[in-house]
Design a protein around this ligand. Structure first.
Ligand SMILES: *[C@@H]1O[C@H](CO)[C@@H](O)[C@H](O)[C@H]1NC(C)=O
Ligand SMILES: *[C@@H]1O[C@H](CO)[C@@H](O)[C@H](O)[C@H]1NC(C)=O
Ligand SMILES: *[C@@H]1O[C@H](CO)[C@@H](O)[C@H](O)[C@H]1NC(C)=O
Ligand SMILES: *[C@@H]1O[C@H](CO)[C@@H](O)[C@H](O)[C@H]1NC(C)=O
Length: 231
């Protein structure tokens, strides 16, 4: 019995080592941020995430790109019409970003300026979020995957009409092995990788506390218990 188990474990071990699976994780030195159509008018269409949570997540992603020093490409569609402008906060977080105002292209990849801006980042990993998930995010993610990029779609900073529409869009995107769907929290930790790496833990505290209420309250309780003066 024991012998059989050992053989089984050995075989399993051998199989695992030749699985062919590669954990493709974010590397802050090889990643750029693409925020597409987070426009004030389009915000009104998002109902698969509560508005307060969604606004929080979009601003959190924007701020994360800033503190991670990611090269950023922003895009809007018909921003002088119903879709409206990007919130100023996003523009202020990314003073050096290229902003491509698409005159008509639904898929940003159909816009030459946008393509040039993405290639100019010289990164192969693209963190992508936008409105709506099923149109502007999905079309772009599929085009980027086809062009050979590794795409990391931020689930909770992208929005659309309802859960069904969102899940259909993610099912479609996941047909490409080059597209991964993950949470904002996961994006932050994959970029951060190790708390001890400079600039170090205290650098991240403010961002986590500002955008993750539970972490903020945990910090306060801990600081109080540890008799640290700021709580
Ligand atoms: C971002 O750049 C600033 C200024 O150069 C630097 O202090 C900080 O450590 C950088 N952040 C990361 C995550 O590398
Ligand atoms: C923008 O670019 C300038 C000039 O290269 C640089 O000094 C500044 O740190 C950059 N700002 C951000 C937020 O990346
Ligand atoms: C682009 O990235 C590669 C790999 O990181 C690097 O070797 C090369 O110098 C970069 N090119 C430019 C123009 O920054
Ligand atoms: C807590 O902090 C206060 C003010 O810094 C100090 O006077 C007090 O001795 C501290 N209490 C403990 C148990 O360390």
């Amino acid at each position: 019995m024991f012998r059989l188990l050992s053989i089984a474990l050995a075989v399993f071990g051998a199989l695992a080592s030749v699985s062919g699976f590669t954990y493709n994780r974010l590397d802050k030195d090889n990643a750029a941020l693409l925020m597409v159509d987070h426009q004030s008018g389009l915000f009104q269409l998002v109902h698969d995430i509560e508005p307060i949570q969604f606004r929080n997540n979009v601003f959190a992603l924007s701020a994360l790109g800033n503190i991670m020093n990611l090269t950023t490409v922003l895009s809007t569609s018909a921003q002088t019409g119903l879709n409206g402008p990007l919130p100023l906060q996003i523009l202020n977080d990314h003073p050096n970003a290229t902003l491509v105002m698409r005159p008509g292209q639904v898929d940003a990849w159909d816009n030459e300026d946008f393509q040039n801006a993405v290639y100019a980042t010289n990164k192969t990993q693209l963190i992508l979020a936008g409105i709506t998930t099923d149109v502007c995010v999905a079309f772009l993610a599929l085009s980027l995957a086809e062009a050979g990029f590794d795409v990391f779609v931020v689930r909770d900073a992208s929005g659309t009409f309802d859960q069904v529409t969102a899940e259909l869009a993610y099912d479609r995107m996941r047909q490409s092995p080059n597209i991964q769907v993950l949470s904002l929290f996961a994006v932050a930790f994959e970029l951060l990788r190790d708390w001890r790496t400079p600039p170090g833990a205290p650098y991240w505290t403010e961002w986590f506390a500002q955008y993750f209420t539970e972490i903020d309250m945990l910090n306060r309780a801990h600081n109080y218990a540890a008799n640290i003066t700021s709580f």
